[in-house]
Design a binder for this molecule. Structure first.
Ligand code: G1P
Ligand code: ZN
Length: 539
């Protein structure tokens, strides 16, 4: 039976760059998810003809939310839901499944790399038939619904068992529990040379993948161990857990510490990688060597010809403004298009849809390509392994040769977390006002050339977006300032610090950037405004 439940609006359901993201305690409030889902469905016409994918990264509350999605979708006469077995679907596989099966969209339950468990975060992304997240006008329409919602519809049917594949019904809605791995694996087999990769992973080459107890565990087990022949146990933390086993499933030097320690130990494997909770971020490490994500994008782009799917050419490449300029030097050399966009994958998606780019990436451990409309952690790992298989070089050799050829952009991100929103806003607006006065000003050995707010004119949407403030120095160094759009604890100031060097390419970034980091704090006035002498997190 379909029931209509009276409700009151919540006023905080605005989606950010990564969908709706909230503390679990907020998401679990009465009618909170229900309101949001009904608001989404209110914006989609002809639901009786529409099919959606449902699944997520396996975090706490996902199973409960999926049952609510089933019942609310059924009460709104949605034609069909495809649900990943046990409620699991990685973000990249979700995009792949939507595109391959021509679905009308998806409800992907993830807060990405944010912690899980009962004290962690909850997230919900609404993807459209493009395989990517909905556009700003669509999230605006949903927000308007959330602010005026008075009732939602829900079926009173019992919960469905999602552990078995098969076709079920809730009211008139067909529910198909699908294997969330096969389509994605086939897609990877169509891009890379799996025979070549099999030879590598069954050789002496020592490979480790850390799934961080997120959703990529079962994907990685199948791809790296079962198909490509890596020894059993090569995939660590391979079982998705509701609390990620207490880990913060963000693949970087801080949160993937156990893996990093292994890679810097005497017993270090040749190569390792980690993915985040929902599988769209990646970190690449070699023996005693870390690949900065900005460099990863540049190195992958420089080697596109080694990959079967790209050997005949790629369109171009894009990076977020916060990402280092390394990939621009590659694009200029290869004479392919180069684009610099605001933070948020949707900007890349527009460039992919209009065939301007094939590859893209961000400093925040996200790399991807036009095979789907989300960033793709396992794709990046397969790409790196393919370069190693083809060149027989180590990770370190590949990076050093790259820097010898192009010079190196030393790069660090300094995050100042938990700032009161009003203080963060003040810092940014005061800094923006001061930017014109910074020109030609000297800070130690660094002299500012230009400083301006980064404004992006989207060539597809004809919209312009302001995202961050950029300070350029005469030696090619840069500092970018912006506020995070995904945090759930107050505001986070992100400071991106980059220094371009052609000589000393094998130095410690902390050493090479120490002075510029101090300059970045001086320019932003962060210590005076927040009391913080140092960043909370450096990545
Ligand atoms: C962060 C990253 C950004 C990424 C987003 C979603 O957003 O910095 O590059 O696109 O997560 O994964 P932020 O919190 O900086 O707005
Ligand atoms: Zn993610």
């Amino acid at each position: 039976m379909i029931e209509t439940i009276a409700t009151n609006p919540y006023t905080d359901q605005k989606m950010g760059t990564a969908g709706l993201r909230k503390k679990i305690a907020i998401a679990m409030q009465p009618n909170y998810i229900e309101n949001f889902l009904q608001s989404i469905f209110n914006t989609i016409p002809n639901l009786e003809e529409k099919s959606f994918l449902v699944g997520g990264d396996g975090r706490y509350f996902n199973k409960t939310a999926i049952q609510k999605i089933i019942k609310i979708a059924a009460a709104n006469h949605v034609k069909k839901l495809y649900i990943g077995q046990n409620g699991l679907v990685s973000t990249p596989a979700g995009s792949c499944i939507i595109l391959k099966n021509k679905l009308d969209g998806g409800l992907i339950l993830t807060a990405s790399h944010n912690p899980g468990g009962i004290n962690g975060d909850f997230g919900l992304k609404y993807s459209t038939s493009t395989g990517g997240q909905c556009q700003p006008h669509e999230s605006q329409a949903i927000l308007e619904q959330t602010l005026k919602i008075k009732e939602y519809k829900i079926s009173d049917s019992p919960d469905l068992d999602l552990s078995h594949l098969g076709v079920f019904h809730c009211e008139e809605t067909e529910i198909e529990v699908i294997d969330p791995y096969t389509d994605y694996i086939k897609m990877m087999e169509g891009i890379f040379d799996f025979n070549q990769l099999h030879s590598l992973l069954t050789s002496e080459f020592r490979f480790v993948f850390d799934a961080m107890n997120g959703v990529t565990g079962p994907y990685a087990k199948r791809i790296f161990e079962e198909i490509l022949g890596a020894p059993q146990g090569s995939v660590l933390n391979a079982t998705p857990k509701e609390d990620f086993g207490g880990l913060h499933p963000d693949p970087n030097l801080i949160y993937a510490k156990t893996l990093v320690d292994l890679m810097y130990s005497d017993n270090a494997p040749d190569f390792s990688a980690a993915n985040d909770g929902d599988g769209d971020r990646n970190m690449i490490l070699g023996s005693h060597f870390f690949i900065c994500p900005s460099d990863s994008l540049a190195i992958l782009t420089d080697n596109y010809r080694l990959i079967p799917a790209y050997k005949d050419g790629i369109y171009g490449v894009a990076k977020s403004a916060a990402t280092s300029m390394a990939v621009k030097r590659v694009a200029d050399t290869l004479k392919i298009g180069f684009y610099e966009v605001p933070t948020g994958w949707k900007y890349f998606v527009n460039l992919m849809d209009s065939k301007r780019i094939t590859f893209c990436g961000e400093e925040s451990f996200g790399t991807g390509a036009a095979h789907i409309r989300e960033k793709d952690g396992i794709w990046a790992v397969l790409f790196w392994l393919s370069i190693i298989a083809a060149t027989h070089k180590t990770v370190k050799q590949i990076a050093l040769e790259h820097w010898q050829k192009y010079g190196r952009s030393y790069f660090l991100r300094n995050d100042f977390e938990g700032i009161e929103q009003s203080v963060a806003d003040k810092l940014m607006s005061e800094l923006e006002q001061r930017l014109p006065q910074l020109s030609n000003k000297q800070f130690g050995r660094f002299t500012v050339s230009t400083a301006y707010p980064f404004v992006y004119n989207d060539p597809v949407d004809n919209t312009s977006t302001q995202n961050g403030l950029i300070v350029h120095f005469t030696d090619g160094s840069r500092i970018v300032y912006r506020l995070s759009g995904t945090g759930t604890n107050g505001a986070t100031l992100r400071t991106y610090i980059e220094r371009y060097v052609t000589g000393d390419i094998d130095e410690d970034p902390n050493k090479m950037l120490q002075e510029l980091c101090a300059v970045s704090r001086e320019i932003s006035n962060v210590t005076a405004l927040t009391g913080k002498e140092q960043p909370d997190i450096i990545t």
